[in-house]
Structure formats: structure tokens, C-alpha cells
Design a protein around this ligand. Structure first.
Ligand SMILES: *[C@@H]1O[C@H](CO)[C@@H](O)[C@H](O)[C@H]1NC(C)=O
Ligand SMILES: *[C@@H]1O[C@H](CO)[C@@H](O)[C@H](O)[C@H]1NC(C)=O
Ligand SMILES: *[C@@H]1O[C@H](CO)[C@@H](O)[C@H](O)[C@H]1NC(C)=O
Ligand SMILES: *[C@@H]1O[C@H](CO)[C@@H](O)[C@H](O)[C@H]1NC(C)=O
Ligand SMILES: *[C@@H]1O[C@H](CO)[C@@H](O)[C@H](O)[C@H]1NC(C)=O
Ligand SMILES: *[C@@H]1O[C@H](CO)[C@@H](O)[C@H](O)[C@H]1NC(C)=O
Ligand SMILES: *[C@@H]1O[C@H](CO)[C@@H](O)[C@H](O)[C@H]1NC(C)=O
Ligand SMILES: *[C@@H]1O[C@H](CO)[C@@H](O)[C@H](O)[C@H]1NC(C)=O
Ligand SMILES: *[C@@H]1O[C@H](CO)[C@@H](O)[C@H](O)[C@H]1NC(C)=O
Ligand SMILES: *[C@@H]1O[C@H](CO)[C@@H](O)[C@H](O)[C@H]1NC(C)=O
Length: 598
């Protein structure tokens, strides 16, 4: 099941000049290794590897680092192989300039990281390819048939006092966005002047943005001006500040963009509390994070963020020092308490201690990397003992395939299920889509599962990849600290005629979606209501169409109304972890409702 891109690369190696030929194994290995990581960057292709290929790659990388001039050789040859392979990575770059730019950039950013990891890891092809999820990955398929307890919709009731909580995620700001640059630049992310200017108006990136590029500065400013006018009680930023040009974004640029955006948020929101985390794009290069507390990762990213966010008054001293040490922290939200006096605690996680695409995890495959799981467990246990309410912030949704099973299925999901009366919600981004997922718990004294905790996933301000610029506002009932409704604020680029517009006016307009409860005809947003809603969507055509369009932030052209897509959307909601999602897709998770309940 060799991929086309893999075959291209191998063909390229064979066709390469003799200098390349002698080193072809390590170059091909590196290029394919990079492909693996690039495939998790939206738009950079669908590259996958077989177990055998992976084991060969790891063996070759282990070999390549024995050579004294490993860096120069691997870099030069990988670049050449990539260029000859016209990009590889499951993506064909559209012209020679694009191939050169993409290949030079990605190999120069990844070569030092991969050689560092290879040099510091006692690489073991079988063990490491299992850790990367490429070998022995099929055990989940053998899970037994699962059954859900029947859910009934909540009885309608008036929410008590509510507060407004905003989530902005996956900004992907490109400060180098250039109006008039070409949308068909031949690389996976366009709209920069250096990639070439458009020759006709149909292929020009507009003033307010384009689906071929990331968020222009004017759009960032427009969003913040509008969003701050909505006066949220507090704001959550859930990661991914830099653009998708992963072959060009340097470690410095990641930090620069993140700090510059935070400064804009501070200027717009003044004294409103704001809580941030990093996403996988804050890795350098993408997805790559060191594992030590107080180590290089802290120096590079987390300490600068903690300094700035602490200085803005967003984090107390303890949260600031936790963030600086290891990228994760906990804090109470100042001024927010339930009517019976329970405070709201945020548990903010590091983006990549448990992600297979973070190759540094090959250096430490224990569950408790950087003490994060012991800390998380102790924090939630303490919060439960103190009668607090907990919200978890994590960049990746809980069913993201990149989480190690040991972490998500073996630790996170059971922990959240156990403390379901303390952990109210999980908030994520990463998908750029407007979504919801359910985490389940074992019903008391029974083998069935019941819906327990909702993971809310918000869409993104970037129009990249066909969605519309969006951020989200939740209405939260103070009594329970539960989301009782939410609204997505969107600029519908096509509907407003903004694509290819070369002038500031007409200006982008942020418009509210229908509130979720009204849009999806739900009496409440309890876990069981989402279970009922997902089951209803299996046969209610109008509901499915509404959800699918909302999922794509109002872009009907990106929406797909096929039966396959419908099953995927139903299982998105039902299957809040990979195991449940897979069981749902394969019809092995019986979540059917009693007749008449939906
Ligand atoms: C990824 O795969 C899908 C179908 O398998 C295909 O339609 C799509 O074009 C591929 N994307 C890229 C960037 O290769
Ligand atoms: C990023 O692009 C700029 C402008 O084209 C170029 O000067 C720089 O070398 C590129 N950096 C990388 C790492 O590709
Ligand atoms: C992977 O599966 C093979 C064959 O079932 C088995 O021999 C091997 O021990 C497994 N490796 C790991 C690391 O689990
Ligand atoms: C924008 O371009 C400048 C000049 O090439 C570069 O230094 C900077 O890193 C770029 N910003 C991002 C986010 O890539
Ligand atoms: C790890 O976490 C536990 C629980 O929060 C804490 O008691 C311990 O001090 C932490 N260890 C380190 C090295 O930070
Ligand atoms: C439910 O119980 C099973 C078997 O006791 C256990 O393996 C599983 O982790 C539990 N599920 C959750 C979500 O706690
Ligand atoms: C579960 O079983 C225990 C022990 O048999 C019993 O005391 C308890 O009442 C049961 N709980 C429920 C909700 O049925
Ligand atoms: C979504 O599209 C519909 C139909 O074009 C339009 O009426 C509505 O205003 C749009 N919603 C937003 C939030 O832009
Ligand atoms: C909303 O749901 C109720 C019952 O749950 C149903 O009677 C009604 O027809 C639904 N309305 C729409 C627009 O789907
Ligand atoms: C699903 O479970 C229900 C009971 O909740 C049962 O009536 C139904 O037959 C089951 N369906 C399948 C396909 O197993």
C-alpha cells in the first residue's frame, strides 16, 4: 500500500545524480519521515506510511547519523530528493519555484530536529513505529460491541444567570499576507507577494482574505474590534497563531506572531481575563516540542508566553511559572463563581506531550512525560475535593488520531469520566470546523455507556482550506458552569462578495449564526441532548443539512450532503475518542434511542 508520493520519492532517488545515489537511503528516509509530519498539517497532503516503510526509515535514520557530515549530506540530499519528487509529501507543488521554496524550507527546518532526535534516541524500529502509530495500530478494531444507555431530551427550562465566554482558536495569522498575490501559487498555502502576484483578478488574493491563504492582518484587527465590542466575561485562546506555511515559519516567527497577537488581544480587550494555550503550530518546526520541564521548549516558547501573559495580568504567579516550566497550567477564573460559591478552574494542557507527530516523544515514551499526567490527575482530584468546577482547554479535540492511545484511551478519557461531576467541559480547536464531541462514562452497575462530558470545538478565523473566518461565544449558566447555548460569529467571504475584492470597502461584516439550540432544535445542551441530536441527525435531512453547513461555517460549497458524510458527522459527535469514533463508524457502538424519544 505504498503511497503515490512515496513512490515518487523513491523514483526520484533512483533518478538522482550519483552523489545522491550513494546516500539515497538516508535521504529518502528523511524525506519520508518529514512527509509523515507534514501530513498532519491541513492541506499538506495525505501521506501515510506502512509499518514496513516506517521500520526501514527508522533503521536508515539511525544509520545516517553515524556519518560525521550527517547534517550537510542529509539536508542536501533530502532537498534534492524532494525537489526531484516535485514536493512529495502527498502534495505536488505546482511549479519549479514552488518546489524549490517548499523543499529548501521544509528540509532546512526539519533536518536539525530529526538528527537531534535520532542522535539522542536509542532508535528501535519496531518500538518507535508502534509509538508513531504506524505498526500494530489495529488493536482498537477488536474492541467489543458497545452499547449506550438510552437518552431522552432534557425537559425545557429557563437558564439562571448566564455569563458570556469567548473562544478564539486557530488564528493562523499571516503578517506577510499580500493583497493581489496569486491564489494558484503552487504551494499548499498562498497569498504572499514572494510567491508571485496574480495576473488576472480571478486568481488574486483579496483585501479581506482568500481560501488559498491565511488570515490577513486587517482581518485580525477587524475580528478583535468586533469581538471586544461583545464584552465577554472572559476569553479562551486555544492555539495555532502562525500561518500554515510550515516550510517557511521559523522558530522565531512562531514566537513573534504569538506575542504580537496576544498584544493585539490585550489592546482590544483591556482588563477582560484572557487564558491561552499553544497549539501544534507553535511547535518548531510544526508539531515538534521538547519534553523537559524548564528545558529548551520553555526557553523558546513557554517562558516568553508566560512572561507576556503574566505581565498582561492574564495569569497569576503560580500559573505563570507552571506555563513557563512545561507549557501547561491551572488557574481559577477570577471573579467567576457559581451561585453557591464554587469557583471555576481551568486546566490548560500542553499541545504535544502525547502526540505521535511530535518526534521528540521517541526520546521519552513514558505516559507521564514532563509530569503532565500526574499533575493533571492531582489537579482534578484536588478540584473535586474542593468542590470546584473544572474546564479543560486542549488544542486537539479528544478524538484526534494523533493522541497516543495510552494517553487518551488509557488516561484522559477515564479520568474525565471518573470526575464527570467536576469536569464540565473540554474546549478545543484544531479542526477549523464548528463541532461538538461526546465523552462517555460507564453507567453505574451496568455495562452500558452514558454521555458524560461535552468537548466543544470552535471554528477558526483563518479562511484557509475553504472555511469562513469564525470565532465563538458561549452562553454559560453560572449555577452549573455549563454551556447552555453558543453562537458562531462569521464573515461569509463568498456571500458578502469579499473574495477577490481589492479594496477595503465594502468592509467585512461579522454576523451571528443562529444560536445552537434554535439552529439544531435542542431543548438544552446537556450531554444526553447531544446524543439525541446526533441520533436524530441520522434520519432528519433538514437537521443534517443545517449541521453540515454550520460545520463548514456557512460555506455551502464546502459542504457535502452524502450518506457517508452524514455518518461521519454523526460519529464526530457520538465518538469523542478515537476508539468510540471508530466503533460508531463501523456500527459497533449501538447508540440507538428508544422509539419515540427523538
Ligand atoms: C487527499 O485524499 C483525498 C481522497 O483520498 C483526495 O481527494 C485529496 O485530493 C487528497 N489531498 C491531497 C492534498 O492530496
Ligand atoms: C521564507 O521566505 C522568505 C521570503 O521568501 C525567505 O527569504 C526565507 O529564506 C524563507 N525561509 C525559509 C526557512 O524557508
Ligand atoms: C507488533 O505485532 C507483532 C505481530 O503481531 C508482534 O510480534 C510484536 O511484538 C508487536 N510489537 C509491539 C511493539 O507491540
Ligand atoms: C514574514 O516575512 C519576514 C521577512 O521574510 C520574516 O522574517 C517573517 O518571519 C515572516 N513572518 C512569518 C510569520 O512567517
Ligand atoms: C509532578 O506533579 C505532582 C502532582 O501535581 C507534584 O506533586 C510534583 O511535585 C510534580 N513534579 C515535578 C517534577 O514537577
Ligand atoms: C468502563 O469500564 C471498562 C471495563 O471496566 C473500562 O475498561 C473502561 O475504561 C471504562 N470506561 C470509562 C470511560 O471509564
Ligand atoms: C449499584 O450496586 C451497589 C451494590 O450492589 C448498590 O449498593 C447501589 O445502590 C447500586 N446503584 C445503582 C444506581 O443502582
Ligand atoms: C449564512 O448564509 C446564509 C445564506 O447565504 C445567510 O443568509 C446568512 O446570513 C449567513 N450567515 C452568516 C453568519 O453569515
Ligand atoms: C423540533 O423538535 C420537536 C420535538 O423534539 C419537533 O416536534 C419539531 O418538529 C422539531 N422542529 C424542527 C424544525 O425540526
Ligand atoms: C441496540 O440496542 C437496543 C436497546 O437499547 C436494541 O433494542 C437494538 O436491537 C440494538 N440494535 C442493534 C443493531 O444491536
Amino acid at each position: 500500500m505504498r503511497s503515490i508520493a512515496g513512490a515518487l520519492l523513491i523514483g526520484a532517488v533512483l533518478a538522482a545524480p550519483s552523489v545522491a545515489l550513494s546516500r539515497s537511503a538516508s535521504a529518502g528516509a528523511l524525506a519520508r519521515f518529514v512527509a509523515l509530519t507534514s501530513s498532519t498539517a491541513p492541506g499538506l497532503g495525505n501521506e501515510t506510511m506502512t509499518c514496513e516503510e516506517c521500520e526501514a526509515v527508522i533503521a536508515e535514520v539511525a544509520n545516517a547519523i553515524q556519518s560525521k557530515d550527517a547534517y550537510d549530506v542529509v539536508q542536501a540530499v533530502a532537498e534534492l530528493v524532494c525537489i526531484e519528487g516535485k514536493g512529495g509529501f502527498g502534495y505536488s507543488c505546482g511549479n519549479p519555484w514552488a518546489c524549490n521554496d517548499l523543499c529548501r524550507g521544509i528540509t532546512s527546518l526539519f533536518t536539525p530536529e530529526i538528527l537531534f532526535i535520532a542522535a539522542h534516541a536509542a532508535l528501535d524500529p519496531e518500538r518507535d513505529c508502534t509509538a508513531l502509530g504506524l505498526c500494530n495500530a489495529s488493536t482498537l478494531a477488536e474492541a467489543p460491541i458497545l452499547r449506550a444507555a438510552p437518552s431522552f431530551p432534557s425537559a425545557p427550562r429557563e437558564a439562571g444567570t448566564t455569563i458570556k465566554v469567548m473562544q478564539i482558536t486557530d488564528l493562523h495569522w499571516d503578517p506577510n499576507y499580500t493583497m493581489g498575490a496569486r491564489t494558484d501559487c503552487g504551494e499548499p498555502d498562498c497569498c504572499r507577494g514572494v510567491q508571485g502576484m496574480a495576473t488576472g483578478s480571478e486568481t488574486a488574493c483579496g483585501y479581506w482574505g482568500d481560501h488559498a491563504g491565511d488570515t490577513p492582518t486587517v482581518m485580525v484587527d477587524s475580528m478583535l474590534a468586533f469581538a471586544s465590542g461583545l464584552n465577554p466575561d472572559f476569553v479562551m485562546l486555544t492555539g495555532d497563531y502562525p500561518p500554515h506555511m510550515v516550510w517557511n515559519v521559523t522558530a522565531e516567527a512562531v514566537v513573534d506572531v504569538s506575542l504580537a497577537f496576544s498584544a493585539k488581544v490585550k489592546a482590544a480587550f483591556g482588563g477582560t481575563p484572557v487564558f491561552g494555550i499553544a497549539g501544534n503550530h507553535e511547535g518548531a518546526p510544526i508539531n515538534q516540542f521538547r519534553l523537559e520541564l524548564d528545558g529548551e521548549g520553555s526557553k523558546r516558547l513557554f517562558a516568553p508566553l508566560a512572561d507576556q501573559w503574566g505581565g498582561f495580568g492574564w495569569l497569576d504567579a503560580s500559573a505563570q511559572s507552571q506555563l513557563a516550566r512545561g507549557g501547561y497550567y491551572t488557574t481559577l477564573v477570577p471573579g467567576v463563581k457559581t451561585t453557591d460559591g464554587r469557583p471555576l478552574r481551568l486546566v490548560a494542557l500542553h499541545p504535544a506531550y502525547h502526540m505521535k507527530s511530535n518526534f521528540y516523544t521517541l526520546l521519552d515514551q513514558s505516559l507521564d512525560v514532563a509530569n503532565e499526567t500526574s499533575w493533571m490527575q492531582a489537579t482534578i482530584e484536588q478540584a473535586a475535593a474542593d468542590g470546584e468546577v473544572v474546564w479543560i482547554m486542549t488544542h486537539h479535540p479528544t478524538n484526534d488520531g494523533d493522541y497516543s492511545d495510552e494517553f487518551m484511551e488509557g488516561f484522559f478519557a477515564p479520568l474525565v469520566a471518573k470526575y464527570r461531576s467536576t469536569v464540565r467541559h473540554v474546549f478545543s480547536g484544531h479542526t477549523h470546523k464548528s463541532m461538538t464531541q461526546l465523552l462517555w462514562a460507564n453507567a453505574t452497575n451496568s455495562s452500558v455507556l452514558e454521555p458524560a462530558v461535552i468537548n466543544y470545538i470552535a471554528a477558526a478565523p483563518t479562511p484557509y482550506g475553504g472555511v469562513n473566518p469564525t470565532f465563538r461565544m458561549y452562553e454559560v449558566e453560572l449555577d452549573t458552569m455549563e454551556v447552555v447555548d453558543y453562537v458562531d460569529y462569521t464573515v461569509d467571504l463568498r456571500a458578502q462578495g469579499l473574495l477577490q475584492q481589492m479594496t477595503e470597502q465594502p468592509a467585512a461584516e461579522w454576523r451571528a449564526s443562529k444560536p445552537a439550540r434554535q439552529a439544531f432544535n435542542m431543548t438544552a445542551l446537556q450531554p444526553r441532548d447531544w446524543h439525541v441530536m446526533a441520533e436524530r441527525m441520522r434520519h432528519d435531512d433538514a437537521l443534517f443539512r443545517t449541521w453540515e453547513v454550520s460545520y463548514h461555517t456557512n460555506n455551502t460549497e464546502a459542504s457535502n450532503f452524502s450518506p457517508k458524510e452524514r455518518l461521519v458527522r454523526v460519529c464526530d459527535i457520538i465518538g469523542g475518542t478515537k476508539r468510540l469514533n471508530k466503533a460508531c463508524m463501523e456500527g459497533r457502538f449501538n447508540t440507538s434511542l428508544p422509539a419515540g424519544s427523538a
